[in-house]
Design a protein around this ligand. Structure first.
Ligand code: PEP
Length: 256
């Protein structure tokens, strides 16, 4: 997967199926810039019905918001990577800070989930990012490096083609507080350097790195204009079709 410009919406636990279909349709109708890949991470209940209602030609792809690390078994309430890929869904989000916090998902478990997702043929949007105290102690780059080292860096360079990294500072998620474009660029550059050191220039240059944390129509263009910011993972603002479409259309010259 060559480096792409990506606008990904994370609906979290929002919308009924009907509302989700309507939202996805509006986004799909408006997302016709084929230089930008639009991804919607919808609740599991919505994957099948939404996938049936949006045309493949719209260019919109769907993502699951989580998966289990086992193929099958006695794990009540869980969903396996194979189940997701059997619906012809392309992506799964792994390592979102809300799952790290509320479901106690640590780096070792996220490594297993990533392995399982890739083995099932899914592409992974892998989230990383630091809490406010880590940012304040100026150890945010080391923290993210540790997250990536412990969960992703066991993958081969070939497997990294199926990974999108989403840098999401926890202090900016759902808080209305956004990282400045300079703060985002600093971390994205650092992540690309980590990739270069581990895998070489080709992987570093070809991996899409998204920023997440209170991205809105009003701040997306400035964030996306940073050289190492390849797009956004968007929570709250992805629930409003007009707002999200503004974000999809915020890549300026990068999208030609
Ligand atoms: C997210 O859920 O990944 C996110 C970044 O949320 P928000 O855009 O609402 O901060």
């Amino acid at each position: 997967m060559a480096r792409k410009l990506i606008a990904a919406g994370n609906w979290k636990m929002n919308t009924t199926v009907e509302e989700g279909i309507s939202l996805a349709r509006k986004v799909a109708e408006a997302s016709r810039n084929n230089k930008v890949l639009t991804i919607l991470a919808v609740p599991h209940t919505h994957l099948f019905p939404v996938s049936k209602k949006i045309k493949a030609s719209s260019g919109v792809r769907l993502a699951a918001q989580n998966c289990h690390h086992k193929t099958s078994g006695a794990f009540t309430g869980e969903i396996s990577p194979a189940m997701i890929s059997s619906l012809k869904i392309t992506y799964v989000v792994i390592g979102h800070s809300e799952r790290r916090e509320y479901n106690h998902e640590d780096n070792a478990l996220l490594a297993l989930k990533t392995r399982a997702a890739l083995d099932a043929g899914l592409k992974v949007i892998f989230c990383c990012g630091e809490a406010l105290d880590i940012r304040k102690s100026d150890s945010h780059v080391a923290h993210v490096k540790n997250q990536l080292s412990e969960s992703l860096f066991m993958l081969s360079a070939t497997e990294m083609k199926n990974i999108v990294i989403a840098y999401e500072p926890i202090w900016a998620i759902g808080t209305g507080e956004t990282a400045t474009p300079e703060q985002a660029q600093e971390m994205h550059f650092a992540i690309r350097e980590m990739l270069r050191k581990k895998y070489g220039k080709r992987v570093a240059e070809n991996t899409s790195i998204l920023y997440g944390g209170s991205v809105k129509g009003s701040n997306a263009a400035e964030l996306f204009s940073q050289p190492d910011v390849d797009g956004g993972l968007v929570g709250g603002a992805s629930l409003n079709a007009d707002e999200f479409v503004t974000i999809v259309n915020s890549f300026g010259r990068k999208a030609g």
